[in-house]
Design a protein around this ligand. Structure first.
Ligand code: SF4
Length: 457
């Protein structure tokens, strides 16, 4: 993987913007982070042309610190803006004809309408819900982080994405029905009803009104106990397939897609520009954002797709579903974020170099590893099997917790490059046949960590 270019830190001149809990950073209301302001964008069009992405890269460099991210839910983020540069970013997007959505997030699978393996095209139903919200009188008061998922299925289906309100397409006798459910992923959400498409948007609007009546902060889980569930076959569909890991060449019927996962969820504008220029030369017509920090390239042919994958690999993108970097979340770290106390990317690479296909250590795909520049934990706000965090005292390692959890081991940042490979080795030494790293850490993580962290003569 190529190294990211280090931009000038914007944090020193970052304005004081209050941290808004429970809100999403938008163009109108960016969020303060350790490297300036962060803006999250949801382009209206399902994808942009390579030229559109080059424009986006130029804007990220001109108005931010050059770092772009694709989030776990497939949103685009531009980092390192200042109070003065947020407006030029909005103007630049408008001038380029890139319109973005605001308001309640309504997610559909990224290949909706194109994927021959999807159960139903979710696009129209999602649009009907959008229009229902936009035209509702009086205006609905909905929680800023409320998520509605309309999951038509297919390769990159949204079965594992959690949502406040979800509609999952299910095959039924004579066609397709939509399973309406509350608060969870396709397997865990509370079933409400099994509906034909023409009735689905209206039922979603009923639930949104119930949320709105609770005062603008209510989430799906808050109303789930009061909503009567349906017993008419609306339970979780057995064997709902998980989405394909977005890395490499994906074929679905006649559709050919190159899926590229951004290493640690981010890319520098220079790399993005070089990637898009190369993809354009190879005939790519459209690149879509996708969940799990990915881009999906359309328009390639059997003759050009391998060259495009090689080009993306050279720019540091992940093109193999077995790449161990899939299992590490890392924030930008030192050199990019003023709050960072450790070089997150270097430490992630240190863990990867201590892994092999035969002995992957913690990177066997059974669990998540999080490397965080500070206790804020931007890259993975949840608990991870192994978290490495920069702290005021130096660095910390947490087993089964978050970046701000009580450390299981405190050490200097310099020692991490010795301790992490030892930890990898310790996991392999303790692994019984058939055991995953998750098992090993659960059973003997504390002892392995103590051994790895012991000062040796
Ligand atoms: S977690 Fe990382 S990106 Fe977020 S504030 Fe801390 S160092 Fe910066």
């Amino acid at each position: 993987m190529s190294a990211l270019k280090t931009p000038a830190l914007a944090a020193a001149e970052a304005p004081r913007v209050p941290v808004r809990r429970g809100a999403c950073p938008s163009l109108a209301a960016p969020m303060a982070t350790g490297d300036g302001l962060l803006v999250r964008l949801r382009p209206q069009a399902p994808g942009l042309s390579p030229a559109g992405w080059m424009t986006m890269a130029g804007l990220a460099r001109r108005t931010g610190n050059g770092l772009l991210e694709v989030t776990a839910r497939g949103n685009l983020q531009i980092r390192g803006l200042t109070a003065e540069s947020a407006a030029p970013l909005a103007e630049g997007l408008q001038a380029a004809g890139i319109e973005t959505r605001t308001g309640t997030a309504i997610e559909v699978p990224p290949l909706s309408g194109l994927d021959p393996s999807e159960t139903a095209d979710a696009t129209e139903l999602a649009e009907a819900i959008r229009q229902g919200i936009a035209g509702h009188v009086p205006q609905l008061a909905l929680a800023p982080k409320l998520a509605i998922t309309v999951n038509g299925g297919g390769c990159f289906n949204l079965s594992t994405a959690s949502a406040d309100i979800r509609l999952d397409a299910v095959k039924a006798e004579g066609g397709v029905l939509w399973r309406l459910a509350l608060a969870g992923d396709a397997g865990s959400a509370k079933p409400v009803a099994l509906l034909p498409e023409e009735a689905a948007a209206a039922r979603v609007m009923e639930l949104l009104r119930a949320l709105s009546q609770r005062g603008g902060h209510a989430r799906g889980r808050d109303i789930a106990p009061d909503i009567e569930g349906s017993g008419d076959g609306a339970g979780p569909e057995a064997g709902l397939p998980a989405p394909v890991r977005p890395a490499g060449v994906i074929r679905s019927g006649a559709l050919l897609v190159l899926a590229l996962r951004l290493a640690y969820g981010r890319i520098h504008a220079d790399e993005l520009e070089a990637l898009m220029a190369g993809l354009q030369r190879l005939g790519a017509t459209e690149i879509r954002l996708a969940p799990d920090h990915a881009l999906l390239v359309l328009g390639l042919t059997e003759e050009t797709v391998e060259a495009a994958a090689a080009l993306a690999g050279a720019q540091g993108l992940i093109t193999s579903p077995s790449d161990p970097a899939h299992f590490i979340s890392a924030c930008p770290g030192t050199g990019f974020c003023a709050a960072a106390r450790i070089n997150t990317r270097q430490l992630a690479e240190c863990l990867i170099s201590a892994a092999s296909a035969a002995e992957p250590g913690v990177l066997d795909g059974s669990c998540r590893v999080h490397v965080s520049g500070c206790s804020k934990g931007c890259a993975h706000p949840l608990a991870a099997a192994l978290t490495v965090t920069g702290t005021e005292q130096g660095a910390a390692i947490v087993l089964g917790g978050r970046a701000d959890s009580r450390p299981d081991l405190q050490l200097s940042p310099q020692r991490l490059e010795t301790v992490l490979p030892r930890l990898q080795r310790g996991i392999e030494l303790n692994r019984q046949p058939g055991q995953t790293a998750q098992h090993v850490l659960g059973a003997s993580g504390a002892a392995i960590l103590a051994m790895a962290g012991a000062e040796r003569a």
